[in-house]
Design a protein around this ligand. Sequence first.
Ligand code: ZN
Length: 136
Amino acid sequence: MNPEKCRTCQTEIQPATAKRTGGLCMPCTMQADPAFAEKVEDAKISDSDKNPTIWQQVRSLIFVLLVGSAFMAVIFIAKIVVSVIAGLIAKFVFKTGWSTAILIGLGTFVGLGFLGMLLDLDWPGRNRSRRKPPEK
Ligand SMILES: [Zn+2]
């Protein structure tokens, strides 16, 4: 162990600290770069993201699958309900024939599908993975 000296205030600092900060003690580093502490925290977070345990991986996979499929199922059922209602409205309010009503129902279903794609509604897990730092 041979302590080095801070470039600014000449305080003795550990070689490991000097290596991390470019030769400054921690107080001088914080003064020079207020975001330093945040960067250290970020580095810790991305380290654990880079090396997740198997259990963490399995857990996040299960989470994405459960939340994703539950969300998709709810959206799917909602689309069917709205489509059936659209068909029934066509049949009973606008007095169309059954075949027209079914076509309107199918059209509504397809249209809602496109609307969902436009609004990017259909996969909550995607937002989660977007926030992760890019893989190396
Ligand atoms: Zn210093």
